[in-house]
Design a protein around this ligand. Structure first.
Ligand SMILES: [Zn+2]
Length: 173
């Protein structure tokens, strides 16, 4: 950003450009927790931190997931007839990447996980493996429980993706 010269003079001191731009910028916002989907060749192993899958209706619009507004008649994407897709999110620790993230699930992957976890009270602490049936993002996700964290192990707190999605979609807080 180019600042008018007078602004510098007003400070009554010499500032390097670096200082100036640093002082001029607002404090960096907290880093967004990433949302990850299973890539064509990904082999993800993750510890689930959510108790259950958090899901919502979204639209698929020009190659990305966008929010669906539930207020009748208000959703711009419904008006555009963009296909509606349910999306589920699991807060998880990605073991290979050493990273906390939300794993995005299609309804199909969610149904598979539900079947896998049948009879369990919570998903928290389960270790899952995810990959594509074939090496293309169009292939269904294979999701399997491959282990479980030992009882009593301290795990990071569970979180929902609302804050991340609101910031991603630039919705009012
Ligand atoms: Zn809609």
């Amino acid at each position: 950003m180019v600042m008018p010269r007078t602004a510098v003079l007003c400070h009554g001191e010499r500032m390097s450009l670096f200082q100036f731009s640093r002082n001029d910028n607002p404090a960096p916002r907290k880093r967004l927790t990433p949302i990850v989907s299973v890539g064509a060749t990904d082999q993800i192993t993750a510890t689930i931190l959510s108790e259950s899958v958090w899901g919502l209706d979204t639209h698929w619009w020009r190659g990305s997931t966008v929010p669906h507004d539930q207020t009748p008649g208000q959703c711009a994407y419904c008006i555009e007839k963009a296909p509606m897709k349910w999306r589920g999110f699991l807060y998880a620790f990605l073991r290979g990447r050493n990273e906390l993230a939300f794993i995005e699930l299609t309804d199909f992957a969610f149904q598979r996980l539900r079947k896998e976890a049948e009879g369990r009270e919570t998903l928290r602490g389960l270790i899952i493996g995810l990959h594509r049936e074939r090496k293309t993002v169009k292939a269904p996700v294979v999701i399997a429980i491959v282990g479980e964290e030992p009882a009593g192990k301290t795990l990071p707190k569970s979180r929902t993706p609302e804050e991340t999605l609101k910031r991603l979609w630039k919705l009012p807080g």
